[in-house]
Design a protein around this ligand. Structure first.
Ligand code: TYM
Length: 333
């Protein structure tokens, strides 16, 4: 089954309502790999509990994230769509790799520093070892390529280091993965503070456009987007807000940044923001309609989860048996 295909793996946390950053930086790009690669896309609920979650919300968002994968175009017949906690090997390999990851390496992770500052009352060990679990997610499937936004680059480099270290000690065990970071949309910025990443956990709703936001909310948020005191639609020093809107418009319309500069030559910020809002709302409308349809059929979503888990468990078992053998764990039949 899929023997000759190289593997693509990526994951999204069901820790909040997904944003256009998640869509443009990651999920939208997942489609491109389905034909050429064997693709696994995971709802990483074990990562989500590094920050306290309400159980009912976590459960609901797990279904929603899976439905969004499909609403964004991922066909479960061509991609393995699954939930992390349905494959126990993630946690098992995560533990093993913890023993091959250095305290100093984890201490340097910028996401750990940011998240501990935001959750000062819950700096748990899982938050610290999060990148090792992420390495396990990737290495478990002998992944070649990992499509992610730029904020995951440091975690990916650590996954490569861990793979190389393990291979160095025990001989070839893991494929050393490469990242795929999209050229224009790898970091969609907050609409309120355009020097900061758009994040699903932002407390300021005006900073974030969510995939499931209604059309009027999308347009209103873009209209309020923070820009600069100038009046030209172009890239440049101090124009982070406009550049961000240009990237978003480019991603939704397929136009290049040069084309956008000429299209909006002499046009004011207000009209440009409206055009970006409309392009975004138009592009998301079919995703939202398909999401609503899928969410009405929980039984179908559970079938997808089950089939995905079966495939993922099958693939994970092969790596795990190799890993256990190499490190000296006794296996019983
Ligand atoms: P998460 O859930 O924060 O985000 C999911 C994906 O969306 C990308 N992303 C963005 N891209 C562009 N602009 C933004 N503003 C933006 N915000 C988020 C992220 O880079 C990511 O690709 N640790 C991961 C989840 C994970 C994972 C993995 C990913 C766990 N295991 C294994 C790849 C492989 C995370 O927190 O993503």
């Amino acid at each position: 089954m899929f023997k000759d295909k190289k593997v693509v793996f990526s994951g999204v946390q069901p820790s909040g309502s997904l944003t256009i950053g998640n869509y443009l930086g990651a999920i939208k790009n997942f489609n491109a790999f389905s034909e050429e690669y064997q693709c696994l896309y995971c709802v990483v609920n074990e990562h989500a509990i590094t920050v306290r979650q309400n159980p009912a919300d976590l459960r609901k968002r797990t279904y929603e994230t899976l439905a969004l994968y499909m609403a964004c175009g991922l066909d479960p017949e061509k991609n393995t769509l699954f939930v992390q906690s349905h494959v126990a090997a993630h946690a098992e390999l995560g533990w093993i790799l913890d023993c091959y990851t250095m305290f100093g390496e984890l201490s340097r992770m910028t996401q750990f520093k940011d998240k501990s500052a935001k959750n000062a009352d819950n700096i748990n060990a899982g938050l610290f070892t999060y990148p090792t679990l992420m390495a396990a997610d990737i290495l478990l499937y002998q992944t070649e390529l990992v499509p992610v936004g730029v904020d995951q680059k440091q975690h990916l480099e650590l996954a490569r280091d861990i793979a190389e270290r393990f291979n160095g000690i025990y001989g070839e065990t893991f494929v050393v993965p490469e990242g795929y970071i999209p050229p224009v949309t790898a970091k969609i910025m907050s609409l309120a503070e355009p020097t900061k990443k758009m994040s699903k956990s932002d407390e300021n709703e005006n900073a974030v456009v969510r995939i499931l936001d209604p059309r009027d909310a999308i347009i209103r948020k873009f209209k309020r987007a923070v820009t600069d005191s100038g009046n030209e639609i172009r890239r440049g020093e101090g124009k982070d807000g406009i550049e961000n809107l240009m990237s978003i418009y480019s991603a939704f319309t397929g136009k290049t940044l040069d084309e956008i500069e000429s299209e909006f030559d002499g046009v004011g910020y207000g009209d440009f923001k409206l055009a970006v809002g409309e392009a975004c709302a138009d592009a998301l409308a079919p995703v939202q309609a398909e999401f609503d349809r899928l969410m009405k059929d929980k039984a179908y979503l559970e079938t997808v989860m089950k089939n995905g888990a079966d495939m993922a468990n099958y693939m994970a078992a092969r790596t795990m048996s190799k890993v256990r053998r190499k490190i000296g764990f006794v296996e019983i039949k």
